[in-house]
Design a protein around this ligand. Structure first.
Ligand code: CA
Length: 231
C-alpha cells in the first residue's frame, strides 16, 4: 500500500463512517474522518489529502459548497456519496468538479474500485508522462501533429470532435456532465439541450470505436453525461 496516499472522509452518518473506516483500514489505507463540513474543510487545509470521499448531505455546510471551496485551490479527486433521490445534486456536484460518485446504499467493492481509479490517476499525474502522444489499446493521439490513429490508420476528426476527444481523454476516469461538456466545448451551459452533444458524440464514436454498440473508450453515464475509460 502507498504510504503517502491519504484519504479524507467527510460524512456525518455514523454507520457509514464506521463501515468505511473498517473497510479502508482492512485494505491498509491511511485516512482521516470528519463528521461535519467545517471539520472536513479544516482537515483539508491542515493536511491536504490525496482523495476526498464526500457526503453531500452534511449537517452544517452543503456538500456542493464544499466542492466549490476545495476546487478554488485544489484538483484533488473527490468521490461524492449521495443518497437516492439526490439525482440533481449529484449532477451539480459533478458540474462543480467532483470526479465520481456512489449512491447509497453502495457496495464497498464499488467504492474501493473508484478509490483505486483515483489513486492510479494521482500517480500518473505526478510521474513524468509522455505528453506528446496518448495511446490506449487501438487508439493513438499525437498531440503535436494533431493526429488521431485507430488501428494505426489515420481518422479525420472535425475540430469539435477533436476537442471533445481531448476533453474526454484529459479527464479519463471522470464523469463529465452534459453541462460541463457544453461549457468546455461550446462555452455555454445555460441550456438543457443535449442534442448537439449526442450528435457529436455519436459521430466521434463512429470514427474511433470498433464497435459502437459496445464502446471501448467513451462510456455513456445515462442521464448524466460521458466518461472516458480509465484503461
Ligand atoms: Ca449525511
Amino acid at each position: 500500500m502507498d504510504q503517502d496516499f491519504k484519504i479524507l472522509i467527510i460524512e456525518d452518518d455514523k454507520y457509514i463512517l464506521n463501515f468505511l473506516s473498517l473497510s479502508l483500514k482492512a485494505s491498509g489505507y491511511h485516512f482521516e474522518t470528519a463528521n461535519t463540513g467545517l471539520i472536513g474543510l479544516s482537515l483539508f487545509n491542515l493536511n491536504p489529502p490525496n482523495l476526498i470521499i464526500l457526503d453531500l448531505g452534511l449537517p452544517d455546510i452543503d456538500g456542493l459548497e464544499i466542492i466549490q471551496a476545495i476546487r478554488l485551490s485544489s484538483e484533488v479527486p473527490i468521490i461524492v456519496v449521495s443518497a437516492r433521490g439526490q439525482e440533481s445534486e449529484k449532477i451539480t456536484a459533478l458540474d462543480y468538479g467532483a470526479n465520481d460518485y456512489v449512491t447509497k446504499p453502495f457496495h464497498m467493492g464499488e467504492l474501493m474500485a473508484r478509490i483505486r481509479v483515483a489513486q492510479r490517476k494521482t500517480k500518473k499525474d505526478s510521474s513524468s508522462e509522455n505528453t506528446e502522444i496518448f495511446t490506449l489499446d487501438y487508439l493513438t493521439i499525437n498531440y503535436e501533429k494533431r493526429l488521431v490513429l485507430i488501428h494505426d490508420e489515420e481518422v479525420h476528426l472535425t475540430p469539435i470532435e477533436y476537442r471533445l476527444l481531448l476533453l474526454l481523454v484529459e479527464n479519463k476516469g471522470k464523469v463529465l456532465t452534459h453541462n460541463y461538456i457544453l461549457r468546455k466545448i461550446w462555452g455555454y451551459s445555460e441550456t438543457s439541450d443535449t442534442t448537439s452533444i449526442r450528435v457529436y458524440m455519436a459521430n466521434l464514436r463512429r470514427k474511433i470505436e470498433s464497435d459502437t454498440s459496445s464502446p471501448r473508450f467513451i462510456l455513456t453515464e445515462i442521464g448524466i453525461g460521458y466518461r472516458f475509460v480509465e484503461e
